[in-house]
Design a protein around this ligand. Structure first.
Ligand code: ADP
Ligand code: MG
Ligand code: MG
Length: 635
């Protein structure tokens, strides 16, 4: 996330009165940006990744691991170089940038400057990730470790927080998670409280429990207090049987991920990237799955995505369809954090209206204004959909800003629509161009794995653009894919909708693997089918060509030195073997570790001891002291 604005945040009761003001000016800001930037051409193919860490505090004497909420002390030092870089020359020298995140136990780091379009830039990722990890470790106490784990397995259990014992203030009203785990910057407690206030109740997250041989059936969680002693009205009535119940935004936004942002050469190319990367996002969620444990239990899911989705779901009962519409204007089928709802289309001419098969909810007045302001139908609908939401955090001092030089109101809505891919207009008056962010991947234990998945996505983007590939499938099929991606071992046991023929008339097929499918299909429904992730990634004998074979053709068409090619192959090998089951996902490995732990009682419970041993082992894997062959063999 970017640097944060400061000011006095408004309580929801007041903020909601300014919602239309923010939306109106947000649209003015977008129109201003759009008209200034729509003709930008030849922006270079810059890109960057974001890595998030949980800072874990180990107690080796009592075999406990807790989260450390000391990151602001660490950030003070980590951000020093950036704050002192007051000239473009100095900024160009920065090696990495540090940002706070939602959790007071989380760090986010990106490269100091985006990477460029040279193929050798791919090899800068892993050393830069290593450097970031080293710098973070330097700011840790000897017992603390910044870990690239998607979530902290015991978050929300008693005795899981190490550090400041600030008084509990009631932003989340959680039965499990004290406010002291939230970033204290006004934006975050306000976001937390305003989501709850807007919704009219605490957020309710229910993830299915994994029923092991000794897990009670039905599973009624004995650790859930029957009453909320401090805030009696915020009880556990939303807790579902056979589920792990969580009741605070921090359970979701306390998760870490690996995101990649690309700058396109112009707005049209950004729309193209947005559309074609979206169908890949659910596949990559399954392939990077790393989150089978929540609040001290083994879950029957492998990924974080739906936890975050439910953790920030600010829709009211009316909007969720539980009551007839009276106060609210729309029934809304998804949380603010979810898969994309519509494609944008581009001049590649591959978009068909049938792909936008979701009954899109959008604000007709905003749509009208955008169309009158010169925005085409698909982009206008995308924005008019994002703008059905209310702004959640409004700073009093920033209500009235200059719409030509500020994008605050636009960003207020844009940055709280957390979708699987994000279409990012340039900031006003900046050298930055149109960008697209790929947001679904789970963070992996090691820099090698995180670099591998980053490199894979970057190369896929290059192949997509150079060969004019086509990944379109209907939006609702993509939504199904996201659901399926959560299932344990989805990467091996499930099938996903994917386009059968990704080549187009414009592709120069010479040099690419032979397509098995004819180039044209009779109807949209003939264009896709269910495939395993192995088939999607590695290809199918006599069938789908496979994304890695296409990437390999792309690499063969370039003049790459042996050393670079060799390293890239190691990355692609990891992705390929995770897809075909020769190697495990992080989630499968964690699940197996827990189930084989000598003190595990086959009851789905992650004891503090199991948690400590698990995190200690991951810590050693990350440091390179252990290389479990089931995660990395012969890569
Ligand atoms: P967020 O929307 O997640 O807050 P930021 O704007 O902070 O994103 O950017 C995060 C990512 O974008 C980083 O990986 C960074 O390297 C990359 N990035 C920054 N500038 C550019 C650019 N001009 N083009 C492409 N990527 C960029
Ligand atoms: Mg982040
Ligand atoms: Mg990001």
């Amino acid at each position: 996330m970017g640097l944060l604005s400061l000011g006095t945040p408004l309580h929801w009761d007041e903020a909601k009165q300014h919602a239309d003001h923010v939306r109106r000016n947000g649209i003015s800001q977008f129109l201003s940006i759009y008209h200034k930037a729509k003709d930008r051409e030849n922006d270079s193919l810059l890109w960057g990744e974001e890595v998030e860490y949980v800072v874990v505090s180990f107690d080796d004497e009592y075999h406990r691991a807790r989260i450390s909420v000391r990151v602001f002390e660490m950030l003070e030092v980590l951000q020093k170089a950036e704050l002192e870089a007051d000239t473009p020359e100095k900024q160009a020298q920065l090696q990495c940038l540090w940002r706070p995140e939602y959790g007071r136990f989380m760090l986010e780091a990106t490269p100091g400057n985006p990477y460029g379009s040279k193929i050798t830039d791919l090899l800068k990722v892993e050393p830069n990730m290593r450097l970031r990890r080293r710098l973070a470790i330097e700011q840790c106490k000897p017992n603390e470790v910044p870990m690239t784990i998607t979530n902290f397995p015991l978050l929300g259990t008693p005795d899981s927080v190490d550090g400041h014992n600030t008084p509990d203030d009631p932003a989340s009203k959680s039965l499990f998670l004290p406010d002291q785990v939230i970033n204290p910057h006004a934006r975050f407690p306000t976001l937390t409280a305003n989501i709850r206030r807007r919704r009219g109740s605490k957020v309710a997250i229910n993830m299915p429990i994994f029923h092991d041989t000794h897990t009670p059936r039905p599973f009624v969680d004995p650790t859930i207090p029957r009453t909320n002693l401090r805030f009696p009205e915020y009880d556990a009535s939303d807790a579902q049987v056979d589920h792990i119940y969580m009741d605070a935004m921090g359970f979701g936004m306390g998760c870490c991920c690996l995101q990649i942002t690309f700058q396109a050469c112009n707005v049209d190319e950004a729309r193209r990237l947005y559309d074609h990367l979206a169908p890949v996002s659910s596949i990559m969620l399954a392939l990077t799955a790393a989150t089978p444990l929540f609040r001290g239990y083994l879950a029957n899911v492998d990924c974080r995505w739906k936890v975050i989705s439910q953790a920030v779901d600010d829709r009211t009962d009316e909007e969720r369809g539980l009551k007839p519409l009276q106060e609210n204007r729309f029934r809304i089928n998804k949380s603010r954090y979810d898969s994309i709802d519509s494609y944008l289309g581009s001049s590649d001419g591959l978009f068909k209206p049938q792909y936008n098969d979701l009954d899109l909810v959008y604000d007709p007045a905003i749509y009208q204004r955008l169309v009158e302001g010169g925005i085409d139908d698909l982009l206008a609908k995308h924005l008019a959909h994002l703008f059905i939401r209310d702004p959640l955090v409004i700073f009093k001092e920033l209500l009235n800003v200059d719409n030509e030089s500020s994008s605050d109101h636009f960003e207020n809505l844009q940055s709280t629509n957390w979708q699987s891919t994000r279409f990012k207009p340039p900031p006003p008056n900046s050298p930055i161009g149109w960008r697209v962010e790929f947001r679904t991947m789970e963070i992996q234990f090691t820099d090698f794995e995180n670099a591998a998945f980053t490199v894979f996505i970057v190369l896929l983007t290059r192949a997509l653009l150079s060969y004019d590939l086509n990944f379109y499938i209907p939006i609702t099929k993509m939504d199904t894919n996201i659901d399926v991606a959560h299932r344990p071992r989805a990467v091996l046991d499930e099938k996903f909708y994917f386009r059968k023929n990704i080549y187009t008339d414009k592709c120069d097929i010479a040099g690419l693997p032979e397509p098995a499918e004819p180039l044209t299909a009779e109807s949209v429904d003939d264009e896709y089918e269910l495939m395993t992730i192995d088939e999607i990634i590695n290809g199918q004998e006599g069938g789908f060509v496979g994304l890695i074979p296409v990437i390999n053709s792309y690499l063969d068409s370039l003049n790459i030195n042996v050393e670079t090619h060799c390293r890239i192959n190691q990355y692609l090998n990891l992705v390929s073997k995770r897809a075909n089951g020769e190697l495990m996902t992080n989630a499968t490995w964690i699940r197996q570790f827990v189930r084989n732990h000598p003190s595990y009682k086959q009851d789905s419970v992650i004891s503090p001891e199991i948690n400590y041993d698990l995190l200690t082992t991951i810590r050693r894997i990350t440091a390179g002291e252990l290389q479990p062959p089931e995660l990395f063999a012969s890569c």
